[in-house]
Ligand binder design. Sequence first.
Ligand SMILES: [Fe+2]
Length: 133
Amino acid sequence: MQLTWSEDLSVGNEIIDSQHKKLFELFEDITRNPQTNLDRILEEVGNYINLHFAEEERWMARVGYPDISEHRQTHKAFVDSTLRMKMDHIMGGKLSPKQLTKFLQTWLVEHIQGCDLQIKQFCLDQKKDEIII
Ligand SMILES: [Fe+2]
């Protein structure tokens, strides 16, 4: 399974695509700096994910995406439980930076493929010009 951004993960919205790329970069930083900057990187990841989800949810609302509440729930579930749990684990030394990175990358790829690309498909089906912004 691919764990980096590539064109097939493009949702057709430049801002969202650039944020997805940035998230992959932040996840890579965890592997590169497992000890020295881990606290800072994890905080940065959390902040950036919140910013990204908010942007994506504004996009869904703007284009009238019908499954916005389900999609929002997947974001909320990730922020509320999984990410925090994984971060707690790593802070307690139970999860290695590499394992955490793999988890985050896998979640992101699966989320883009399973959920975010449906927004793109909806926009294409509706012929929404706003897909590219
Ligand atoms: Fe999403």
